[in-house]
Design a protein around this ligand. Structure first.
Ligand code: SIN
Length: 282
């Protein structure tokens, strides 16, 4: 039986997958269909799932080896492939409330940033806490020809340390250790990234981790990045995912960026994320 995909009418870069039960092993033909779907839609939404950690990891591994996050205090003790985005913490993990509340593409600061992420919701607040996603293919396509020419060959500098420090304001987060810092040196990636499987071009910058542009004075590079971030986050490129318990959202980090939104933290919000390793952006 083939996968039932329902593209959203308002935001075609998002599709709902209706007939796949993630608690069961999926066939190789289903995996192939989902791989093809993520290249077409960038975001796949699976509603009403009930999966445990083993099932989450097993499903994710169908799409590649899994990334282990540099900051170990967020990882589930027996499942280092799962980062707990949990405002109460979970089994001793450091609590995160609104940890990803800035536009970013996961772990873009690595030489080989993750291809995709799979976020599963276990507890959600009654209101708010949505995740916003920006369609970076559409954002690139909508640039005028002058800007497209200007961006050709430009590379953005990505880094994690500055962002981590910013999130530590108020003493909420510990410093990165020397060992952790060594794992995340600054890297640079093309500002226009091509999906090697489809040839589609996407803007590959984000508010969270891009610091400047290689070979450009810092303030000039920052200003161009700000312009591109403002363009890519115009409402016409955005999908807001309102979470229900049991949703799993699989997104393509090569083609989207995302941003968590606020909610009343008297309510629990517990999410589990796996992250699929990727290739060097071209
Ligand atoms: C993330 O940034 O990966 C998670 C976003 C969220 O918690 O809504």
């Amino acid at each position: 039986m083939s996968v039932s995909l329902k593209p959203m009418t308002t935001t075609a870069f998002v599709a709902v997958v209706e007939n796949v039960d993630l608690s069961q092993p999926v066939s190789s033909s289903t995996v192939a269909e989902l791989r093809s779907a993520i290249n077409r839609h960038s975001i796949l939404v699976f509603r009403g799932q009930t999966i445990d950690n083993d099932q989450h990891v097993a499903f994710s591994r169908n799409f590649g080896a899994l990334e282990i996050h540099t900051v170990k205090q967020y990882l589930l003790p027996d499942y280092p492939e799962i980062i707990a985005l949990a405002n109460r913490g979970e089994n001793g993990t450091t609590p995160i409330d609104n940890g990803g509340a800035y536009w970013h593409s996961d772990i873009s600061y690595k030489i080989k940033p993750p291809m995709g992420s799979l976020l599963y919701s276990l507890e959600v607040p009654p209101d708010g806490g949505d995740t916003l996603y920006a369609d970076m293919y559409a954002a690139y396509d909508a640039l005028d020809e002058n800007m497209k020419r200007k961006l050709e060959g430009l590379r953005a500098i990505h880094g994690y340390a500055a962002r981590f420090e910013k999130m530590g304001e108020g003493g909420k987060r510990p410093q990165l250790s020397a060992e952790q810092l060594a794992e995340v040196p600054e890297v640079n990636h093309p500002i226009v990234r091509t999906n090697p499987e489809t040839g589609r071009k996407a803007l590959y910058i984000n508010e969270g981790f891009t610091l400047g542009i290689e070979g450009m004075p810092m303030d000039e590079g920052r200003a161009l990045l700000d312009t591109l971030n403002a363009h890519a986050t115009e409402p016409r490129f955005i999908y807001a995912h309102h979470w229900r318990v049991g949703d799993l959202v699989f997104w393509d980090n090569r083609a989207t960026m995302h941003c968590a939104t606020a909610y009343d933290t008297q309510y629990a919000r517990t999410m589990h994320r796996t992250t699929i390793q990727g290739d060097t952006p071209i």
